[in-house]
Unconditional design. Structure first.
Length: 360
């Protein structure tokens, strides 16, 4: 049996999205049908709409989501109908070389549902990051569902992508240690999550860098101890001055441009760590003096999805949220309907929101 549901579809490159009726099949072996309760509007969805990730149109957008399991297929044992889950796009296989060496957060063979969701005329949809959660119901692989304690769906779902990327950059990839100094370049949703993660880890000094005073003020609410407007001040000089002339122990680039990465590289202390979590475009190139790469030592790291393991990290972070130690609600700027997703893209592009979240 198929389920007719409303969903947000991108039919062509650069065109506006539309809300359409799609068909979602019952789950087969290893699959789960999820009734989506909330889904965040992420930059990745905009990249899909713009054709920056692929050209497999039409896309079923949405991936940063939480909901309730409605039905499960054969061989599914980790979740049952009625479970509250966060969706994730890293369903680890347990068999690839990364998983076998005990690093499943680098899994090289993540999997998705085998059956296809379609338009009413039978046209197959390509779900964003294998999820497609701007829909009243979606079909995913069982490993893409992580059961967590009941929480506000609008907030919990954000761990499915952007917030996990920032939190994980600080907690997993760096990882930040107690008493360290941390600088975060770029104070959107991912950057603010990195700031929150650095605070959770016990960083003594957290320096927020951005060109927008509004974002810098908000960064302070997430734990920044110092702010630097890089439109007016050289951020490398400012970070060094705020760290005794040495540079920060950890610098997180949440923008992902050659200019910001160079700033991060030169703003870190000797033997310090740079973490790239902002996503560059395919055309970007980086030039650094190789002698400085050698002479400054330390580590230059990239953070994929915050190097998270959903089964490990999502329940822990939801527990912190429920205890009042991690304010996920503060990342929800507004709640919207499916019909307002296109307008939410415009607000996101203009930097007016941390997250718009579609609720069902």
């Amino acid at each position: 049996m198929s389920h007719e549901v409303r969903a947000v579809v991108a039919r062509s490159k650069g065109g506006p999205v539309s809300v359409e009726t799609i068909l979602v099949p019952d789950p087969g072996p290893g699959e789960v049908l999820v009734r989506v309760q909330a889904c965040g509007v992420c930059h990745t969805d905009l990249h899909y709409r713009e054709g920056a990730i692929g050209d497999d149109f039409p896309f079923l957008l949405g991936h940063e989501a939480a909901g309730v399991v409605e039905a499960v297929g054969e061989d599914v044992t980790d979740v049952v109908p009625g479970d509250f889950v966060i969706l994730n796009w890293r369903a680890v296989c347990g068999r690839c070389r990364a998983c076998r060496r005990g690093q499943p957060w680098y899994c090289f063979d993540t999997h998705n549902a085998r059956q296809k969701m379609t338009l009413k005329d039978g046209t197959e949809l390509a779900p964003a990051l294998g999820i497609g959660a701007f829909a009243e119901k979606t079909l995913v692989a069982a490993g893409q569902c992580t059961k967590v304690p009941q929480a506000r769906p609008e907030a919990a779902g954000l761990l499915g992508c952007g917030l996990m990327a920032g939190l994980g950059a600080a907690l997993n990839t760096a990882p930040v240690s107690r008493g360290q100094s941390v600088a975060v370049i770029g104070c959107g949703g991912v950057g603010d999550a990195a700031i929150a993660g650095a605070r959770l880890a016990g960083a003594a000094r957290i320096i927020a860098v951005d060109i927008d005073d509004r974002k810098l003020a908000l960064a302070e609410t997430f734990g920044a101890t110092h702010i630097v407007n890089s439109r007016d001040t050289d951020p490398v000089t400012a970070i060094r001055e705020l760290t005794g002339g040495h540079g920060a122990d950890v610098v997180i680039d949440a923008v992902g441009r050659p200019e910001t990465y160079q700033q991060a590289f030169h703003a870190r202390d000797l033997a310090g760590t740079v973490v790239l979590v902002g996503v560059p475009t395919p055309d970007m190139k980086l030039e650094l003096p190789l002698l400085d790469v050698f002479g400054r030592g330390g580590a230059l790291k990239s953070s994929w999805y915050g190097d998270c393991l959903p089964s490990r990290d999502f329940p822990m972070l939801i527990d912190l949220y429920r205890q009042g130690r991690l304010d996920l609600d503060a990342f929800v700027t507004e709640t919207i309907t499916l019909d307002e997703v296109e307008k939410a893209f415009e607000k996101m592009h203009a930097g007016e929101v941390l997250r718009s979240v579609a609720v069902f």
